[in-house]
Design a protein around this ligand. Structure first.
Ligand code: NAD
Length: 424
């Protein structure tokens, strides 16, 4: 039910190929291209954790630091059975592009632990998180590398990371260390608006696209793969625009509801049961049926490598807006292009998450608390500006929006490299 598009997908190679294409467009100097083609640091830690039954289990954790030219490394922590070095290298590079594109003073990183959090109790997840944070030690820090939530992690896990880090360092200014992670709960130094930030950013991009294409969203339909933070909130925000979500999917399977799902109720169901399976107002469908559902929008919000050639042939939508990172394979993308289905690419469309993470980091460092309206207004301005710049670049250079997004990031990075030079 939940298989991926290509069994042997090399995600990092795909991102390197996009880098090469974009580097050609902006005539990136060879040495800059080479430096950006590999992460600066690849950290792997193996650490034991006591499980609820008293046994000890060894876990493998990763932190890949791609680039810190524009600011501290920044990127999410993923808990998933599929976590691999290759995927995290790709995801860390994409964080560098997102920060560069959005003009945020951060670099790019990504980390995670290869395990299925659904197999563990809450206490076990806490101990795994704390031991992982301890193993990372000073390889993270508010001025060095700042984790955030990603797939399988949430604000609670960020708060455990923060607490462990604050208690591990010998610093009299412990509170200044809260900015070591973003995506925290409000009670523990998080920002208003962070929870919905990624989905809200996707929505701003869809709204820009709709405006340019004279496409009235009211009364339209969407299908969404992944119903966690990004997918669930996207469905909720779409419903406020009058767009009904008529098919959804997650690791447990796929559901259809031609009347449109109540996003709120479905999110409550997922919060209680951990998956969409068993939700009463949905009809079970196959993965193929999901991808063939006729709708206006498709929002991938689960894993990479989901929209391959087969899925791209089946899709019957007018727009793909990538909430997930790397959901579309190059083969899938080529087919969508041939079929005239545009893609709002991940590096642009889901960058609302890192943008509001940056706002959280700024608030922590200044001991400020911004209200929700302020965060949402700033995010909207940032997303619209990024969308307009990418759209303009794409038209001017006759490239797609993905390559345009990479190009804009590379231009920002190259400018800094050319002025700073290479040490020594
Ligand atoms: P999440 O853990 O909250 O939700 C993930 C969803 O994907 C769940 O519904 C899960 O069941 C589903 N899923 C997992 N494996 C699946 C499979 N094999 N087939 C179908 N569905 C599957 O994670 P999230 O934070 O919503 O992240 C989703 C995507 O968005 C990821 O690609 C992540 O990197 C990207 N992203 C997240 C953020 C953020 O702020 N959380 C920011 C930018 C990008």
């Amino acid at each position: 039910m939940t298989q991926e598009a290509q069994p042997e997908y090399q995600f990092f190679k795909v991102v390197q190929d996009y880098l090469d294409q974009a580097a050609d467009v902006v005539h990136l100097p060879t040495h800059v291209r080479e430096m950006l083609s590999q992460p600066k640091n690849e950290l792997i830690v193996n650490f034991p954790v006591k499980m609820d039954d008293g046994s000890l289990k060894l876990f493998k954790g990763y932190r890949i630091q791609h680039n810190n030219l524009l600011g501290p490394y920044k990127g999410g922590i993923r808990y998933h059975a599929s976590v691999s070095l290759d995927d995290l290298k790709a995801l860390s590079a994409m964080m560098t592009w997102k920060s560069g594109l959005m003009g945020i003073p951060f670099g790019g990183s990504k980390g995670g632990i290869k395990f299925n959090p659904r197999d563990c109790s809450k206490d076990e997840i806490m101990r795994i998180t704390r031991r992982f944070t301890h193993a990372l030690g000073t390889h993270i820090g508010p001025d060095y590398d700042i984790p955030a939530p990603d797939m399988g992690t949430n604000s609670q896990i960020m708060v455990w990371m923060m607490d462990t880090y604050m208690n591990s360092i010998s610093d009299t200014h412990k509170n200044a260390q809260r900015a070591v992670v973003t995506g925290k709960s409000l009670a523990c130094g998080g920002s208003e608006g962070r929870n919905q930030a990624t989905s809200r950013g996707v929505l701003h991009c869809i709204l820009q696209w709709a405006q340019d294409n004279h496409f009235a969203l009211e009364g339209k339909t969407a299908i969404i793969q992944g119903f966690g933070n990004v997918g669930g909130n996207a469905a909720f925000l779409l419903s406020k625009l009058g767009v009904s979500t008529i098919a959804v999917g997650d690791h447990s399977g796929y559901l259809a509801n031609p009347e449109g799902f109540n996003a709120h109720k479905l999110m409550d169901h997922v919060a209680e049961h951990g998956a969409i399976a068993g939700y009463e107002s949905g009809m079970e469908i196959s993965r193929d049926d999901f991808f063939s559902t006729k709708a206006d929008l498709f929002i991938p919000a689960a894993l990479e490598n989901q929209l391959g050639a087969k899925e791209a042939e089946m899709l019957d939508v007018k727009l793909v807006a990538e909430g997930a990172n790397g959901p579309t394979t190059p083969d899938g993308e080529n087919i969508l292009k041939d079929r005239g289905i545009p893609i709002l690419p991940d590096v642009l469309a889901n960058s609302g998450g890192v943008t509001v993470s940056y706002y959280e980091w700024v608030q922590n460092r200044r001991s400020e608390i911004w209200d929700l309206e302020e965060v949402e207004r700033k995010l909207e301005t940032a997303m619209i500006r990024a969308y307009r710049r990418v759209d303009y670049f794409a038209r001017e250079h006759n490239v797609d929006m993905r390559i345009a997004s990479y190009c804009m990031a590379l231009q920002a990075l190259n400018q800094a490299y050319s002025e700073r030079g290479i040490f020594p």
